[in-house]
Design a protein around this ligand. Structure first.
Ligand SMILES: [Zn+2]
Ligand SMILES: [Zn+2]
Length: 750
């Protein structure tokens, strides 16, 4: 970074803000809006220079403009803000504690400071918490700190060039001392588990009471063959990848001795043992005292930045006469989200199942446990004598990537009256959220589609109420028969769809009727399930067939659940009877002049699956509701209201079945509607009625249909789904098309 500071930046009076404690901003704010929850101090009005950065090499302009970019690219509403280069900008100071996503509200012992943010002058500030959003992206938080200062709790600070093990130890101590069972309940050592003794570099059997660290990292394409053969058995090879070497160092520095790394602790030669361990990843990662995640770089040779020879990227800092302007660097949770580590299938459960994660990014390390998180760029519990002193009356510390997605503590939805129904629906939702996230990950081998998920599967099956799955379609093992019976909800879970931005591809090892049989991000049709009682199944006689034999419901778990089950999964046939929706019911002439708006309860659907994740996690958690609200207002339904385009028969959204328009978030076959109708008429395809959903206290109605293509011998495969969405206020009539007279067909799906 250059030392140059432009005249405009030099004339900013930073002293002005430092005279006012950031915590007093409510009193001294320049705005008079009583509803402004995020008061600010205006520092500079004439800052059009931020948008002409290519002509500007001022170090301050560069820092401030980075905050502007984030608000434009990620958070602004394109309908509100005009062309960025034309608009004037303002530089404003905000209270850090109020705006930082890493600090809980009302935390005691924390010191407030100012963070600076460039926003467009036209931005209606109280409409959104821009300071918070900008900080959660590439920009990070840009703090304005007094020259004379001491490190303080949650105060931004310089990240050291080397990994700060003092901080990491304090994070661990704080979690162990102050957090409850979710962080500190651990699994027993399983027989046959082996770990690396970091002192002797030997592979030793794990023993009861042993504390070990696990590594989660990405194997590169080349997969260097440093197998154990080149040295004596049971000893680490001399030539180990950089990430492994750095992890051994961190393990020792943090006071641990034992380390689990798949490559050395799973005997690749012993297939049976390997299979057994793969099925028990929940125990390995849940049992680890800490998981070190290598989220920088692309493979096992990237190293952990700041530990060995891999250097860290530097945060931006400018020393002025009056103060220090310091960027925390990109939000580490954001960097992790963007990392290759986070994109891979196998690392999904490694991260999700771990109780504590120490994640290394290019800039710094950060810590995430079940209750909260810390990063090196902020003052943390290492500054306190007693970790219990980090007290807050509400809210959690830090950001969380997976949060309580796997929590035993199920959230629930008030709309569902029956408590049993609520528990089951929440459990099924949880499964849907987890699978939705998992499906976005990449796998090198198609046959791993469920293997890389086996640890999560086992964890869910062993939690109460027990949830299993039939090659990816959830199945409640323990639930009242009335609600838990698979027939109640199976049609709903057969009605999955791929995300619009995914390019689905068949995975040959699995049937077409399950998401596991396809590569590509997917999700189910509602953000949340309003109870199993909201579902009305229209299929009948659902069962599975393997090798010509019917699998009875009692045998589902034994037959399908275990990853050690060796039946060729592609041979499992899903059999059922369903009514055929005739092509004559499809029409294109019902186009009405109206906007195709989505009903409110769907705002978390579709491409915004992460938002519904938040909902599921934070339902009963008052402080998080704020985040949820923020996220909603930013990311929510991004469909921009615009003039309706002229009707187009090639557009699936202009088609209807009966009087109801097709729902645009379903996934009809990959062809134009005319081809679809033609195939239905010629009997090559069929559209089958699966069931109805009547959720949101009767305000949301959907009808699910499955499109299949007939193969030989009465077999068929899935090629898409059609969903009708009845909008309570817009659609007349209370029912979907009359299905009483429709003909039944027997289907065997592969
Ligand atoms: Zn400047
Ligand atoms: Zn914890």
């Amino acid at each position: 970074m250059s030392d140059f500071i432009c005249a405009a930046c030099r004339s900013i009076d930073f002293k002005k803000i430092l005279k006012t404690p950031a915590g007093d901003l409510t009193v001294h704010r320049e705005k008079r809006d009583p509803y402004d929850r995020y008061p600010d101090l205006l520092l500079d009005k004439d800052t059009a220079r931020f948008s002409q950065l290519q002509h500007n090499d001022c170090s301050l302009c560069t820092i401030f403009a980075s905050t502007l970019c984030s608000t434009e690219d990620e958070w602004s509403d394109p309908g509100v803000v005009e062309d960025a280069s034309l608009s004037a900008h303002e530089l404003k100071a905000y209270s850090f504690l109020r705006n930082c996503a890493w600090t809980p509200e009302n935390v005691q012992g924390a010191e407030d400071c100012y963070i600076l943010l460039a926003t467009r002058s036209s931005t209606y500030n109280s409409a959104g918490n821009y300071a918070k959003w900008a900080g959660q992206g590439e920009a990070g938080y840009v703090a304005c700190l007094p020259k004379e200062r001491e490190a303080g709790l949650f105060v931004p600070q310089m990240i050291s060039e080397r990994f700060d093990s003092v901080k990491a130890r304090s994070w661990l101590r704080h979690c162990k001392k102050s957090h409850g069972a979710s962080c500190n309940e651990y699994s027993e050592v399983i027989p046959g588990l082996e770990v690396i003794d970091c002192e002797t570099l030997r592979i030793v059997p794990a023993e009861a009471g042993m504390q070990w660290v696990a590594l989660s990292y990405v194997w590169g394409q080349h997969q260097s063959q440093d197998n154990l053969g080149d040295t004596e058995p049971g000893v680490l090879p001399s030539d180990i990848p950089r990430t492994v070497r750095d992890t051994i160092e961190v393990t020792i520095t943090l006071g641990y001795r034992y380390l689990w790394i798949d490559r050395y602790c799973i005997n690749q030669e012993d297939a049976a043992k390997k299979h057994d361990l793969i099925a028990k990843m929940d125990i390995i990662y849940r049992g680890a005292d800490l998981t070190i995640a290598a989220a920088a770089g692309h493979d096992e040779n990237a190293g952990l930045p700041g530990v060995g020879t891999t250097t860290r990227k530097k945060q931006a800092i400018v020393e002025l006469d009056s103060c220090t302007i310091l960027s925390t660097g990109p939000d580490p949770a954001f960097k992790t989200e963007q990392s290759r580590w986070r994109s891979r299938g196998w690392t999904f459960q490694e991260g999700l199942l771990s109780r504590r994660r120490l994640i290394f990014t290019e800039y710094q390390s950060w810590f995430e446990c079940c209750e909260g998180g810390w990063m090196e760029a902020l003052g943390g519990p290492e500054l306190l004598n007693n970790p219990d002193e980090v007290r807050c009356t509400s809210g959690k510390i830090g950001r969380s990537l997976d949060g309580r997605l796997l929590s035993h503590h199920l959230t629930s939805r008030g709309l569902i009256a029956d408590p049993d129904d609520r528990v089951i629906a929440t459990r099924l939702d949880q499964f849907a959220q987890i699978v939705g996230r998992y499906s976005k990950r990449d796998l090198t081998f198609d046959e791993d589609s469920l293997n890389a998920f086996a640890g999560v599967s086992r964890h869910l099956r062993d939690s109460d109420p027990q949830l299993s799955h039939i090659f990816g379609i959830p199945y409640m093992v323990s639930a009242p028969l009335e609600l838990g019976s698979a027939e109640k909800y199976m049609f709903y879970f057969l009605s999955w769809r791929h995300s619009r931005d995914s390019s689905p591809r068949r995975r040959p090892y699995f049937p077409s009727w399950t998401w596991a049989g396809w590569a590509g991000g997917m999700g189910w049709m509602t953000g949340r399930l309003d109870g199993v009682t909201a579902l009305e199944q229209k299929m009948r006689d659902i069962h599975f067939e393997v090798d010509g034999r019917v699998v009875v419901r009692e045998a589902y778990v034994d037959t399908f659940d275990s990853v050690s089950c060796e039946i060729p999964k592609s041979d499992v046939i899903l059999c059922f009877e369903a009514q055929v929706v005739p092509p004559s019911l499809f029409s294109w002439d019902t186009y009405e002049e109206r906007r195709d708006i989505s009903s409110d309860e769907d705002s978390a659907d579709g491409e915004d699956e992460d938002i519904s994740d938040e909902e599921v996690q934070s339902d009963d958690d008052a402080p998080d509701e704020e985040d949820q609200g923020d996220d909603d207002s930013v990311n929510g339904d991004s469909e921009v209201m615009s003039e309706s385009p002229p009707p187009d028969p090639d557009d699936w959204n202009t088609w209807a079945v009966g009087t109801n328009r097709l729902w645009d978030r379903a996934q009809p076959p990959d062809c134009d509607p005319a081809t679809f109708i033609d195939n239905l008429e010629k009997g090559r395809w069929d559209c089958l009625l699966l069931g109805d959903y009547n959720g949101n206290a009767g305000y949301s109605h959907r009808r699910f249909m499955l499109v299949i293509e007939w193969l030989e011998n009465g077999l068929a495969h899935r090629i898409g789904s059609v969903v009708l969405n009845r909008q309570h206020y817009l659609d007349r009539g209370n029912i979907f098309f009359d299905d009483t007279e429709l003909a039944w067909k027997s289907v065997r799906l592969v």
